[in-house]
Ligand binder design. Structure first.
Ligand SMILES: Cc1cc2nc3c(=O)[nH]c(=O)nc-3n(C[C@H](O)[C@H](O)[C@H](O)COP(=O)(O)O)c2cc1C
Length: 331
């Protein structure tokens, strides 16, 4: 079975990789991922706030940034709360590169095209094979228009692309009103791949204490459906590869993601729940499914359910919404 795929200038033996998370925090875990057949790993993110706080106290730094971080001030971790400080992150990257052969992708997480992006170059120098940019931005200012929100990400991408030679992927949130157009803008700005999607961790409300309580739930497969739809819609409009992130828990989830248009499949929650070895099972399930359904290569499946190729493109659009509402019957 030929599972080969192309992503970020890398020829990967399989689409199954470990997404940005604590899975790359220890060499033991990284080696186990490699043994289980991961084709690449993404390190957890290094945050703009961490890097900026090297120069100034975290809160002072937060206050100096427009209003972008206002809502996060209460939850802002102190330097000691981060798994790795910026320099430790670079050291850890070097250690991973020495320990395993698989490609290592560094991750930067921030919202402004500013000085913190010097770490892109440092990650490249430390041996990162590629970078992921997670522009986890929540638009909370009524005066800020959506075009400015999109521009913010495009500016970050341009700044990073100007600083490094290694390929750069952009991890997107699902909350863009014209995602296919924005995806194309990111490609024009130099993005080498797009990852659909980031998960926004939703704070709950403690109604008695009048507090917003942070929550982190691992995903379940129902989250994949949002990704499948947007992969299928975005795929025909760009020529850079797409990655899926969110809700992949089985080999069949991986099959569907590839059919919708994902060249690679990032897995986190399933591996945190079941251990890095679970990746081997995903690969077996993927191969098994392909064998039973007479596919001999991943390339045969890639994008065959995208908007450009699927037999009924209306399934992903408004027509399907109307149809599905009419199909519901009370039990
Ligand atoms: C504990 C944990 C830590 C994470 N850390 C990061 C991170 O540092 N940077 C990032 O871009 N995504 C991070 N993610 C998000 C994952 O990379 C992934 O996008 C998300 O979990 C959805 O994939 P899944 O359904 O396979 O878990 C984290 C997720 C979890 C559960």
């Amino acid at each position: 079975m030929n599972l080969e795929t192309q992503y970020l200038g890398l020829k990967l033996a399989s689409p199954l990789m470990a997404g940005a998370s604590p899975l790359a925090d220890t060499l033991d875990s990284v080696r186990r991922l490699e043994d289980a057949g991961a084709s690449a790993i993404v390190m957890r993110s290094l945050f703009e706030e961490q890097i900026e706080s090297e120069l100034a106290d975290v809160v002072a730094s937060v206050e100096s940034h427009e209003n972008a971080f206002q809502e996060a001030v209460t939850f802002m971790p102190r330097a000691a709360d981060f798994a790795f400080g910026p320099d430790e992150y670079l050291d850890h990257l070097r250690r991973i590169k020495d320990a395993v052969k698989l490609p290592v992708i560094g991750s930067l997480n921030g919202v402004s095209a500013a000085g913190w992006l010097r770490y892109a170059k440092l990650l490249e120098q430390a041996g990162a094979d590629a970078l992921e940019l997670n522009v986890y931005y929540l638009a909370t200012d009524p005066a800020e228009e959506s075009a400015a929100v999109e521009r913010r990400t495009v500016d970050v991408v341009r700044a990073v692309k100007a600083a490094v030679k290694i390929p750069v992927a952009v991890k997107l949130s699902p909350f863009f009103s014209a995602l296919p157009h924005f995806a194309r803008e990111l490609e024009r700005a130099g993005a080498n791949a797009l990852i659909l999607f980031n998960r926004f961790y939703q704070p709950d409300i403690d109604a008695v204490k009048l507090e917003a309580a942070p929550t982190l739930h691992l995903s379940d497969p129902s989250e994949l459906l949002l990704r499948l739809r947007w992969l299928a819609i975005v795929k025909p409009g760009v020529s850079i590869p797409l990655a899926v992130s969110g809700g992949v828990h089985s080999g069949l989830d991986a099959v569907k993601s590839v059919m919708a248009g994902a060249s690679v499949v990032q897995v986190v929650s399933a591996l945190l729940m079941n251990g890095p070895e679970y990746l081997r099972r995903l690969r077996v399930e993927l191969e098994q499914w392909m064998l039973e359904n007479e596919y001999t290569s991943l390339a045969q499946m890639l994008g065959n359910m995208s908007l450009a190729k699927c037999p009924d493109p209306s399934a992903f659009s408004r027509a399907n919404y109307m149809r599905i509402l009419q199909s519901w019957r009370a039990a």
